[in-house]
Design a protein around this ligand. Structure first.
Ligand SMILES: Cc1cc2nc3c(=O)[nH]c(=O)nc-3n(C[C@H](O)[C@H](O)[C@H](O)COP(=O)(O)O)c2cc1C
Length: 162
C-alpha cells in the first residue's frame, strides 16, 4: 500500500521578528493540513539543524534584513543545507519583505539560489509584509507545487529501485 500524506515528514522552519513571516508559516501549515500532511512548524531558535535528515520536505521561511541580507539567526540553517548532501530532499522557501527596500525579499533570493544547487527546490514565494486575503491563493499554489514535487520524486525513486 502507498504512503498516506501524513506519513511524510514535513518541517516548516521560519525566522520572524515582527510576526509577518510567522503568519505566512501558519497559513502554509493550514494548506498542508488541508492536503492531509501534518507539518512540524518551528521557529528557527527551536529547531535543531541536525534533524534536517529526518524530513522528506523542508520549507524555510525568512524575513530580510540589512540590504537584502539573511537574518543572523537563520545563517546556521543556510550553511547546514550547503553541507547536507541530500540532493533529493524536497525544499521550498518563502519570505516576507518590504518593497520599499532596493532588494525585495533578498533573503529568499539567497536561499533560493543555494537550495537550487544543493537540494530538490520545488517553489518560492515572496509576500509583501503581512499576508492578505489575496495571498491565500498564492500560498495554496506554493503548497500544491511542493506536494506535487514530493510525489514525482517518490515515483522516480521507486522506479529506480525496481
Ligand atoms: C533594518 C531593516 C532592514 C530591512 N531590509 C529589507 C530588505 O533589504 N528587503 C526587504 O524586502 N525587506 C527588508 N526589511 C523589511 C522586513 O523584511 C519586513 O518587514 C518583514 O516582513 C519582517 O518580517 P517579520 O515580521 O517576520 O519579522 C527590512 C526591515 C528592517 C527593519
Amino acid at each position: 500500500m502507498g504512503l498516506m500524506n501524513c506519513d511524510y515528514r514535513i518541517a516548516i522552519v521560519y525566522a520572524s521578528v515582527t510576526g509577518n513571516t510567522q503568519a505566512v508559516a501558519e497559513v502554509l501549515a493550514e494548506c498542508f493540513q488541508a492536503k492531509g500532511f501534518l507539518p512540524d512548524v518551528c521557529e528557527i531558535n527551536q529547531f535543531d539543524v541536525n534533524k534536517l535528515r529526518r524530513y522528506d520536505i523542508v520549507v524555510i521561511g525568512t524575513y530580510t534584513w540589512g540590504s537584502g541580507e539573511i537574518p543572523a539567526e537563520i545563517q546556521e540553517l543556510f550553511e547546514a543545507f550547503e553541507e547536507l548532501q541530500r540532493p533529493e530532499l524536497v525544499t521550498a522557501v518563502f519570505g516576507t519583505g518590504d518593497s520599499f527596500f532596493s532588494e525585495f525579499c533578498g533573503a529568499v533570493n539567497r536561499f533560493r539560489d543555494m537550495l537550487y544547487v544543493h537540494t530538490n527546490l520545488a517553489a518560492t514565494l515572496k509576500i509583501e509584509l503581512m499576508p492578505q486575503e489575496t495571498d491565500l491563493a498564492r500560498c495554496e499554489k506554493f503548497v500544491e507545487a511542493v506536494s506535487r514535487r514530493l510525489m514525482d520524486t517518490d515515483k522516480m525513486r521507486k522506479r529506480k529501485a525496481t
